[in-house]
Design a binder for this molecule. Sequence first.
Ligand code: TYD
Length: 203
Amino acid sequence: MLITFEGIDGSGKSTQIQILKDKLEALSIEVSVFREPGGTDLSEMVRGMLLNPEIEIDSVTELLLFSSARSQLVAEKVIPRLKENQVVILDRFYDSTVAYQGYGRESVPIQDIKEINHIAAHGLIPDITFYIRLSQQESARRTLHLQKDRMERAGDSFFNRVIEGFEALAESESRIYPMDGTLTSEQLHDQIWGVLEPVLPGT
Ligand code: TYD
């Protein structure tokens, strides 16, 4: 089973993923977690390029770099684990590419991004996607004290377009569950668990 988490910076994805991973392991369910971009040697190298504030990257090149990091992760790590019936949790997946490179950067038309996503994901589609909703203002407030990587240096209007992208995806894809990012992490976890528990393998 493939579960993905999406949302803008500061939405609390990583905290939710950690809580969920611990819970699944406590139930003796085998689970692997990977972050995007990253998760393999090659993909982590590509991540280093993508997030380095000293490198200027053309928006189409950026799209293809995120996609190449994804392809390697899916081929090398995700598909083999899904074949072993593990639960795989991804901290971001191709919905981020629609939101950031499609709506945010406006690199190429959304339909083209979706085709590239299909190729880079080797045809995989998440079973469930949790989109943790947060306003641009709340995200900015929560991440104020953090050092900004290359993506995070984009302006407010960029992040508002990214949010618009996630919202459009959530409207059109029934696998995407929008969650309220202003809840406490316990409340958020309870809601996520409420969605997942009935559909988990072997429970
Ligand atoms: P990361 O530090 O992992 O951010 P977060 O902790 O918020 O997930 O950095 C990943 C950055 O890359 C983040 O700003 C979102 C961006 N990104 C894209 O622009 N496109 C993509 O396809 C993916 C996977 C991430």
